[in-house]
Design a binder for this molecule. Structure first.
Ligand code: B12
Ligand code: SF4
Length: 484
């Protein structure tokens, strides 16, 4: 029996421009492969790495990963296979929140996490009794599965990070986030010894094949923990970090900023190899945060916490969203200054995007403010909703301004000077984001026209929806880019 597992590419500029060396391999597909019985021959095809699907090759079953922004392409691929009589299974966050849409494009859906149901699905398929829906009754215990099949990754051009889960779920409930609904508010941890064994396995088997991180002198295995929020429970984290020390690795993870306000933990994180913390600050306007139930973030503590993180030598990837109802146009420049003054090594900006299934989506939908339902645009870098506290055009101009202001040479130098001489990973990532910012305006112009023609931009929705038009103006441009 032969199974193809596919990660679709999208025409999103984010993914099209994403350097392969910053792209991480599809970890969910390596996990599904590990859950599949050994008598199956499996191929993982990642379209983002320019791996091409040969639809005419003989295959018995196809599984496609579906996040919202790749859903349209996933459906296209599914249609090609189904035309040839091949059964297609879809799974992933988008399928779980919009099963009725996904079912139109599939023979079977896996709703939620696959571990408890994938084995049964395979058995049913072998018996010619594939059901339409597979949904686990309870959330799975983590880690009761074999090591993900990294050996099936074809390209050696991915980011040299090995992805490992140490937990799933998040105790918070931010309105725009799919995680609590998909993975539960209960926070499930993997046993520390399992995590350590998995890291050791990767160290022993594949470490020699993977290159060093861009700009990195020392070559160590870099583990990216793909947890939504790695630190809610202190006991588990402390145990994990202590167990990482003898492994002599580097690692990165995502955490709430509040969990990082602890010097003792930060020292332990650094000692165990932490290089980078991804932190969803999202906004420096407390009202905007409260508006989406991001109560866990206290803006007046941000600078102090960032200083504590930098003090131990950990770099920060800081995420910021624009387009909350409480945002004003002066928020762009204020955020730029905040990012530069606080020396955030790798700031990443997003446009508020209503992912289906979230309360943010339901709220905007009930107000009739979602004007574009082409899921390909749901990459958090396109505007798909009508603004209330500024015009849509102001939001877009402000977003472009952030890229000019924050990724120019002077800003990069100010933000990275404390890391010492020589370009490192952060420098390369900033150069990429600088280039990305330059391409954004022509990309938007192109896709807007395309969506209007395809009528995915709703014809009756106004382009701007200004309730409380602010007076502040931006002064983009003339910032002298010239990196290279
Ligand atoms: C790590 C991560 C990333 C990594 C990517 C890692 C990778 N290689 O894919 C990075 C940082 C690049 C990333 C980026 C983005 N991400 Co992200 N990311 C995550 C995160 C935290 C973990 C994903 C993960 O690998 N989990 C571990 C694996 C094993 O679990 P899994 O993928 O969920 O797979 C399980 C099931 O879903 C299912 N399954 C999955 N695929 C398939 C396929 C088949 C065939 C089957 C049967 C089952 C199945 O079975 C698996 C095992 O149970 C999730 C949150 C989450 N918990 O899912 C968000 C999440 C997936 N991201 C999300 C988003 C929105 C993004 C962004 C678009 C924007 C943003 N705000 O970050 C960007 C994209 C940026 C870009 N460049 O385009 C959303 C997706 C929502 C949606 N409806 O699509 C999530 C759910 C987070 C959220 N805040 O809501 N992300
Ligand atoms: S803290 Fe992060 S993972 Fe948790 S609900 Fe909020 S955005 Fe989602």
């Amino acid at each position: 029996m032969r199974l193809n597992l596919i990660w679709p590419q999208t025409e999103s500029l984010v993914w099209k421009m994403q350097p392969k060396s910053l792209t991480t391999y599809p970890v969910s597909l390596t996990l599904l492969a590990a859950l599949t019985p050994p008598n199956w021959e499996i191929e993982i095809i990642d379209e983002r790495m320019e791996e091409v699907i040969n639809y005419d090759e003989k295959v018995d079953l196809v599984g496609i990963a579906v996040r919202t922004l790749i859903a349209p392409r996933a459906y296209e691929i599914a249609a090609e296979y189904r035309k040839r009589g091949v059964k297609v299974v879809l799974g992933g966050p988008h399928v779980s929140v919009l099963p009725s849409e996904a079912m139109r494009h599939a023979d079977a859906l896996v709703l939620g996490e696959a571990e408890p149901v994938w084995g049964q699905l395979i058995k049913d398929f072998e018996a010619g009794q594939l059901k339409k829906y597979y949904k686990a009754e309870t959330l799975p215990v983590l880690g009761n599965h074999p090591v993900p099949r990294y050996d099936l990754i074809k390209s050696h051009n991915y980011s040299p990070m090995i992805q490992i889960e140490s937990s799933r779920g998040c105790p918070h409930s931010c309105a725009y986030c799919s995680v609590p609904d998909l993975y539960g508010k209960s926070y499930r941890e993997r046993a520390v010894n399992q995590i350590v064994e998995e890291i050791q396995y990767f160290k022993e088997t594949i470490f020699d094949q993977i290159p060093a991180m861009p700009g990195q002198e020392k070559h160590k295995l870099h583990i990216a923990f793909v947890d939504d929020n790695i630190w809610p429970r202190r006991k588990h984290t402390r145990e994990l970090l202590e167990a990482l020390i003898p492994l002599d690795i580097e690692w990165s993870a995502q955490s709430s900023i509040i969990a990082l306000r602890d010097p003792e933990f930060l020292d332990l994180a650094k000692a165990s190899g932490c290089q980078l913390m991804g932190i969803g600050m999202e906004s420096i306007n407390q009202e905007s945060l409260l508006g989406v139930n991001k109560k866990v973030n206290q803006v007046d503590q941000f600078s102090e916490t960032l200083e504590m993180i930098h003090k131990v030598g950990i770099g920060v990837q800081g995420y910021f969203m624009f387009g909350f109802d409480q945002d004003k146009t002066d928020g762009f420049e204020k955020t730029a200054q905040f990012v530069i003054e606080n020396k955030i090594e790798m700031p990443v900006f997003f446009i508020c995007t209503p992912y289906p299934g979230t309360s943010f989506y339901n709220h905007l939908n009930s107000q009739g403010r979602i004007f574009n339902r082409n899921w390909t645009r749901y990459d958090a870098h396109n505007l798909v909703i009508n603004m209330v506290s500024m015009s849509n055009e102001e939001l877009k101009e402000g977003f472009l301004y952030m890229h000019e202001r924050v990724y120019n040479k002077e800003s990069i130098q100010k933000r990275l000077a404390h890391r010492g001489p020589g370009p490192d990973f952060f420098f390369f990532a900033n150069l990429h984001l600088n280039e990305f910012g330059k391409q954004l305006r022509p990309y938007w112009d192109g896709v807007e026209e395309k969506d209007r023609q395809a009528a995915s931009i709703l014809p009756d929705s106004p382009k701007t929806f200004t309730v409380n038009k602010p007076t502040a103006t931006l002064t983009p441009g003339s910032l002298g880019l010239g990196i290279g």
